[in-house]
Design a protein around this ligand. Structure first.
Ligand code: HEM
Length: 59
């Protein structure tokens, strides 16, 4: 498995993007948006670097 990961670095990029999306998914329900207040936007701006990772993964 480790050799495979070394041979296909795009898998690590996709996996990183996936893991980084989890906190955004968890904080997406309306109740969580209300609870986080202004911090919600700060956290959800992470979508931009994550989207860049997804494009890199696709490329
Ligand atoms: C555990 C995480 C992930 C793994 C293991 C993974 C793995 C893969 C693999 C094996 C492919 C096919 C490569 C090929 O055709 O040779 C692929 C394609 C792709 N992945 Fe991921 N990926 C992951 C996460 C993500 C995430 C989070 C996104 C977007 C947010 C994403 C977007 C894409 C796209 C757009 C393609 C191209 C699909 C196509 O060619 O039809 N992946 N991924």
């Amino acid at each position: 498995m480790l050799k495979d990961i070394g041979k296909r670095p795009f898998i690590t990029v996709g996996f990183t993007a996936f893991v980084l999306l989890i906190p955004l998914a968890v904080t997406s329900p309306k109740a969580m948006v209300r609870k986080l207040g202004r911090r919600w936007q700060t956290l959800h701006r992470a979508i931009y670097p994550i989207a860049a990772l997804a494009i890199l993964h696709f490329w």
